[in-house]
Write a protein that binds this ligand. Sequence first.
Ligand code: GLU
Length: 485
Amino acid sequence: MKVRTRMAPSPTGDYHIGHIRTLLYNYAFARKNKGEFIIRIEDTDRERFIDGAIDRILDVISDFGFDWDEGPRVGGKFGPYLQSERLPIYKEYAEKLVKLGHAYYCFCTKERLSELKAEQERKGYPVTKYDKHCLSLTDEKIAENLKNNLPYVIRQKVPEDREIKLKDEILGEVKFQTKDIEDGVLLKSDGFPVYHLAVVVDDYLMGITHVLRGVDWLPSTPKHLLIYEALNWEPPKYAHLPNLKEVGGSQKLSKRFGAVFAHSFLEEGYLVPALVNFVMLLGWNPGDEREVFSLQEFIKEFSLERIHKTDLVAFDREKLLWMNGYYIRSMSLEALYDALLDWSKKFNVNLDVEGYSKEYVKKCLELVKDRMRKLNDFTDLTSYFFAPPIVNRELSERYIKDPSVRDKLLSEFYKLYTDIDSGKWGKDNLDKLSHELILDLGLKPKEAFMTLRIICLGKEATPPLFDVLHTLGKRTVLERIKSFI
Ligand code: GLU
């Protein structure tokens, strides 16, 4: 049987980086097994539906470099792939479940249900549950209510006292007791199915063989297994994956600690191969020390056996930064330049390099490349290449306290640099002549060059000074010294 996996986003918000991890595992599992990867949009929760979310989710999945064999935008023989376009199918199966005795019509009003809930809460029930009131309606009463067009839902009839066993591909055997499960709604009064019904019907009809999803879906699985059983369908294999948490604790990923949404990571200037590589390791490892994988390498290596049997894995933001920096350093200058420009166009980021040649921008990029951890570090690291710095007085006085010594040094630098032929404005020559000068003046390299660096570049930490002065060019350097003096 051909392996078929799916990712089933709900357009109730933007795509989370954790979704990308789950998608990657489904994608890799299908590709590794020469199977098919499907995208299905689970848009049945109309209250939480967000306009535009479907397109944003599909766009970000594409931006991360994933394609799908069937689904929205590409079609396929099991479509439509939007659940809202499949309503008659769910109604048919909900009614079939009623006929088979595994579901029932419920005409309880909102008021009755909220009273019931309040009463159970008053009595101190640990969880409130539907009381199966409509399970005892006679066939005649049901027919009459339907004829009178009373609003209804269809509820799952969960057996009172059974043990359901799941053989999870990662967690092994997991047992559930049906007494803990409510007779939940399968089909709502507006004709929309709930997730539990739609997911089962679609996974089955779409021939999904493996469901890899976050472990937060584990409690739903017995409800799904009961529906499979009722319809006499073979369920797919389930593999429940660890969820992501912030480092140190059990907190879900939170905006307080940084980006959470997939697109925000791209917007901040993380590179797709670095992000994809990073999420590979959120729940899986190759069994040795290796950490750097291309998507193709990962597909070759990936297996469910190597997924951690745990609820939570830490999303180490520092490690992601490291990995992104590693990918930036590994890129050719040309490729990095192109990536930077593409990124700035896509996200409307002003690099503040207008009026400068590509050659010049590339030279600057080359100098800061090793210090960049994200593309958005570029402007901060290179600001002084494109505009005179605002020099902080106190900082400029930090390394040489005596104003007369400082003034003397700067005017000597000015004289020295004025006399250097433009053709000889190379970093080695600058380095040599500048060192000779400070030796004559009896100053230490650190105090003299830090002062020069601060007044020319505005900061203490920069790439090697003479590389930078060389790139800036004689005229600019002289202007900056002069304007400071
Ligand atoms: N629509 C569900 C979600 O938003 C899919 C859960 C599943 O994979 O079964 O994650």
